[in-house]
Design a protein around this ligand. Structure first.
Ligand SMILES: [Zn+2]
Length: 268
């Protein structure tokens, strides 16, 4: 129902109730003044705005209901004061409360970055540090338990978003998932047999490596492969070739696993 019509309808029904009550009890209908009793009118979506509620509570409930009619996909209501605010804002501009994580946002939106594989990592880092500063636990030590919990949840989301978008492999896999494509663990069917043989050989070379130089040789080779694959991946995403991106990401996963083993072997 249209807000104005809803207000008028509730207003009229309240007036009718008051008249009936007066007729029934033979008592003066307005005991606390006309406005205190009848304004604001109760809207259908307000949960039991009883006469025991104070005038200010009634007024804020009415404001909430009217605002809920206007909330769009770009806005939401503050959990504390119910003020309508932009989804882009972390803190309510009216009561300054930190808002809970917005589940409709993807990681690019969480860190306010362009949804692209070509993310500017320096900008990403700057935005992450800025958010980290705003969500620092020291700011919330004197706040309510609810707000402390919200700050912890926000920090978790921001950290996860940063870790995902910083790594080219994780960023690529995440971008694919946003496009409805999942890269399975051990995605053997995405790569050719020759590639799998090469990986097997590289694994053997690493297992047999006894000196630091031998381990580092494998490490350098893997790093070079990852740089080259990242370059190809950037191109695939630019061209919108998601199938090619999936194959490249599957290869990157294999090299990334060997890179982890190299690190473990160098620093046991
Ligand atoms: Zn607020």
């Amino acid at each position: 129902m249209e807000p104005t019509r809803a207000v008028l309808k509730c207003y009229a029904s309240q007036w009718m109730r008051m008249v009936v009550q007066h007729w029934w009890s033979r008592k003066p209908p307005v005991s606390r003044g006309f406005w205190a009793f009848s304004w604001p009118p109760r809207l259908p979506c307000i949960k039991s705005a009883t006469s025991a509620m104070s005038r200010s509570t009634l007024r804020s409930s009415c404001t909430y209901s009217l605002r809920s009619f206007c909330v769009t996909s770009q806005s939401r209501l503050c959990w504390r004061c119910q003020a309508e605010m932009s989804r882009a804002e972390l803190f309510c501009p009216t009561c300054t409360s930190l808002q809970p994580p917005d589940e409709s946002k993807d990681f690019f939106q969480v860190l306010d970055c362009e949804k692209s594989f070509n993310v500017d990592t320096q900008e990403l880092q700057r935005k992450y540090r800025n958010l980290q500063r705003l969500l620092h636990p020291d700011f919330f030590s004197q706040k309510s338990e609810s707000e402390r919990n919200i700050s912890e949840k926000q920090s978790t989301v921001v950290n996860k978003a940063y870790k995902t978008l910083l790594s080219p492999l994780k960023r690529g896999v995440y971008l694919l998932s946003l496009n409805g494509i999942t890269l399975k663990e051990g995605a053997d069917d995405e790569v050719d047999t020759q590639f799998l043989f090469d990986i097997l050989e590289l694994n053997e070379q690493l297992n047999d490596a006894e000196t630091k130089d031998d381990i580092e040789e494998v490490g350098h080779f893997v790093q070079e492969q990852l740089v080259s694959l990242t370059k190809d991946l950037r191109k695939a995403f630019q061209q919108g070739d998601l199938q090619e991106a999936k194959i490249l990401l599957a290869k990157m996963k294999y090299f990334s696993n060997i890179q982890d083993q190299v690190k473990k072997k160098i620093i046991p």
